[in-house]
Structure formats: structure tokens, C-alpha cells
Design a protein. Structure first.
Length: 277
């Protein structure tokens, strides 16, 4: 399927939109910062009744923070390695619109093999000196399933170094993908899309067909490839040059506005689509 760059348009929004899945780094953030206008865009989507679920490579600790502070209903973290959501004393889902009326705890579902992580940490520690300037990501100590290597957050590594490190992971039997800040590597067959589909079934009883027809995804990097491939209603908020040579299947739609500005533009398009008669 071909891809195109387009202005944010309500015509691209599913007619019966239930919720929005979104990447975080480079999608909600700009140069590592969550702008007030983007945070307001999240709240605007919440206020019109949509469910919101970040699908991020960031750590479990980041997911915990998001569930406390953002108007979201669940979060998928560590590139699909785990999902977190709020439950009440009866074990029922506590959605973002119920927070002021519920005492909640967190429920976690693991999609990856936690026991296999220790070996990968040891291997990555051995490999990194051969791929300068790669180093551990700042949130590495807060992870439960995957590992994260910084290539573009506090250091700046050439793309060929990133590619070679990912190839090394693959050669040793691990999965690995690059976001716009980190290389995430893990043991197991999960990815962002498989964990998203699993979670949507568990929390909302949405089978694959319902999930694909009623959820919209916004992402920005090669580690979002599985989401672009499995959620037909989507937009990439970076240009094709960020994907070419790094993915097998390109996103079908690219936003003319980039990064957080792209998310904000598409949030506005979603609001127009929901409010139009």
C-alpha cells in the first residue's frame, strides 16, 4: 500500500472511534519535553469521551507515573513487555473519568519473560563498549522486561552503530527495535501491536476486527512498525525518511505536522470528526 503526507483531516478518522493509542517519545514530546499544548490535547480527547492508551518503549516506572498524572485508561510500556491499568477493590477497571470517585490499585500483565532479562542485561553490558557511544538509558534501572540503550537522548550515535547493535541482538536470538531515543531489546515474541490487541480484548472485549476498526494510532519511529501494520487507522508524525531502510512495511499516512505538533493537529481533527453531525 502506498503512503502519503497529509494535513490532519477528520476524513481519516474511523466513523465509530472508541479510543486513541499513541507512542510517547517524538510523538507526544518535542526534544524530550511534553509541552502544555500537547498535554491539553490529551485532555481534550479525554473530555470528548475517548479512551487513551500510550504504547511506549519507556519503562514500567514511566507507565506508573502516566497512570497517576495523565487522563489515560491504561498504558503499555517497555515496547509491549507489560501493560498496566487501574482497578478498584472489586478488580474492575478504573477508567480516567472515574478517578475522582474510586480508590484504585494497579494491575500489571506481563507479555515478556522476566527471567530472561538478566542474561540480556549481562550480554548488552559486554556488547556496548564495542558500539560507542551507546550507553544504558537513564531509565534502565526502572525496567522489568526489556533493556534500553541510549542512542539519541543523552548521547548521539550514528545510525549505522544503531543498526549494527540491533543486528547483534538479532544474531543472539533477541528482538530489538529503535525508537527515536533508545534501542529496546527483549526476549520473547511480543511487540507493541500484539500486546495492544491483547489488552484491548482484556479491558474492553474488543476482538481484532473491532480494535482495528475503532482505534486510531499515532506514532513516529521504526519501533512502531507493528502498530502501523496492525492498526489501519494511523498516522506517522515523522516523514518517510525516518522509516526507509529500517522497516519492512511503511506507514500508509504521514502527517505534514511533525512530532508533538502532529499529534496536536490530529487531536483537533479527531475532535472535529466526533463533533460533526
Amino acid at each position: 500500500m502506498g503512503c502519503n503526507t497529509t494535513e490532519a483531516s477528520e476524513e481519516a478518522i474511523p466513523s465509530r472511534l472508541y479510543g486513541v493509542l499513541t507512542d510517547v517519545d517524538g510523538t507526544l514530546t518535542l526534544q524530550g519535553q511534553l509541552r502544555a499544548s500537547t498535554y491539553e490535547a490529551l485532555w481534550s480527547l479525554h473530555h470528548i469521551g475517548l479512551k487513551l492508551i500510550p504504547v511506549t518503549g519507556r519503562s514500567a516506572a514511566w507507565g506508573h507515573m502516566m497512570l497517576h498524572q495523565w487522563p489515560i485508561d491504561a498504558v503499555i510500556a517497555e515496547s509491549g513487555g507489560l501493560a498496566m491499568w487501574r482497578v478498584n477493590s472489586s478488580g474492575d477497571l478504573v477508567t480516567a473519568d472515574q478517578l475522582d470517585r474510586q480508590v484504585f490499585q494497579f494491575e500489571i500483565q506481563y507479555f515478556g519473560d522476566i527471567s530472561a532479562r538478566k542474561d540480556l542485561v549481562s550480554l548488552a553490558e559486554q556488547w556496548m563498549p564495542h558500539y560507542p557511544p551507546l550507553c544504558w538509558a537513564s531509565d534502565q534501572s526502572q525496567r522489568l522486561v526489556d533493556v534500553a540503550i541510549d542512542w539519541n537522548e543523552q548521547v548521539k550515535a550514528p545510525r549505522d552503530v544503531v543498526t549494527r547493535f540491533i543486528e547483534r541482538c538479532h544474531k543472539e536470538g533477541y528482538r530489538a527495535r529503535a525508537s527515536n531515543v533508545h534501542i529496546n531489546a527483549w526476549a520473547g515474541q511480543f511487540d507493541k501491536a500484539s500486546s495492544s490487541l491483547n489488552l484491548l480484548k482484556k479491558l474492553f472485549d474488543h476482538d481484532r476486527q473491532r480494535a482495528q476498526s475503532s482505534w486510531f494510532f499515532v506514532g513516529d519511529a521504526p519501533n512502531d512498525e507493528s502498530m502501523f501494520a496492525n492498526f489501519p487507522h494511523h498516522v506517522a508524525v515523522q516523514g518517510p525518511e525516518h522509516f526507509q531502510g529500517h522497516v519492512e512495511q511503511m506507514p500508509k499516512r504521514f502527517s505534514s505536522a511533525k512530532a508533538s505538533a502532529g499529534f496536536e493537529a490530529w487531536a483537533q481533527a479527531i475532535q472535529r470528526a466526533i463533533r460533526s453531525p
